[in-house]
Design a protein around this ligand. Structure first.
Ligand SMILES: O=P(O)(O)OC[C@@H](O)[C@@H](O)c1c[nH]c2ccccc12
Length: 273
């Protein structure tokens, strides 16, 4: 189905494809270590060459997350970060001149708690053009998809090498891009990936004219380079969240915050090199 409307996320992928580039998509947990620092980190990510950023809503039961992102969620929840804080961070980041598109990453429960109508009107007001809800199966996503389309928010699906028999249905409802997870299990840096991954990505690209991004386990420049050859986007979460975790002592001392941000910026530049 061709997308009738387009948004900043769609336009970004079109521009990158015209430039022959692969989107570099960091994931970070909002509020880790605090909301103001998250704004600084997003600015640093764009300066380091990020094209799109996945903003993770911290959650108490992150069932699909490995230990690194679980710890980031815990640090953020200590700060009582809610979805509303994420919208505030998105708006604040725009005032700092960040132009790249935001993709909100949240489990379904916090969205239900807020109420779908309020959630999507807030998404529009915060200028967030993408949405990933890993625990909302396509069979139950009808109402969310209709509201997302009406709010010009791209509901991005996750597909895994094991999604075979459901993949056609998932792709028929896809917007924005297709997020292919490289391996089974939870998020976290990996040295090896699901065998047959390349064939899987190729089959997804043949079945959908939307951009295809890969994520899960990608943690170094060589892996980014390899996946950039076969995908339109590469997502890196845990490796960057770990770098943030390591920089927290610097980030939380006013006089050394810039040093902490520099470490994160240099790490992302290295990944993109
Ligand atoms: O952390 P990794 O292995 O680099 O994978 C990206 C991942 O963090 C991010 O996209 C994400 C965070 N939580 C998730 C849960 C399910 C799927 C994807 C995610």
């Amino acid at each position: 189905m061709s997308v009738i409307t387009s948004n900043l996320l769609d336009e970004t992928f079109v521009r990158l494809q015209e430039e022959g580039k692969t989107a570099f998509i960091p994931f970070i947990t909002v509020g880790d270590p605090d909301p103001a620092t998250t704004v600084d980190i997003i600015v640093a990510l764009e300066q380091a060459g990020a094209d799109i950023v996945e903003l993770g809503v911290p959650y108490s039961d992150p069932l699909a997350d490995g230990p690194v992102i679980q710890r980031a969620s815990e640090r953020a929840l200590v700060r009582k970060i809610t979805i509303d804080t994420c919208f505030d961070v998105a708006r604040e980041t725009r005032t700092r001149g960040v132009n790249m598109p935001f993709v909100l990453f949240t489990y379904y429960n916090p969205v239900l708690q807020m109420g779908l109508d309020k959630f999507f009107s807030s998404m529009q007001a915060a200028g967030i053009s993408g949405l990933i809800i890993p625990d909302l199966p396509v069979e139950e996503s009808g109402e969310v998809l209709a509201l997302a389309d009406a709010a010009n928010v791209s509901l991005v699906p996750l597909v895994a090498p094991t999604s075979q028999d459901r993949i056609a249905v998932i792709l028929s409802k896809a917007r924005g891009f297709i997020y292919c997870v490289s391996s089974l299990g939870v998020t976290g840096e990996r040295a090896t990936f699901h065998e047959g991954l390349e064939a899987f990505i190729k089959s997804v690209k043949e079945m959908s004219d939307l951009p295809v991004a890969i994520g899960f386990g990608i943690s170094n420049a060589e892996q980014v380079r390899q996946f950039s050859k076969i995908c339109d986007g590469v997502v890196v979460g845990s490796a960057i969240v770990r770098k943030i975790e390591e920089s927290v002592p610097l980030l939380q001392q006013g006089h050394s915050k810039e040093e902490g941000l520099l470490q994160i910026r240099d790490f992302v530049r290295l990944l993109k090199s």
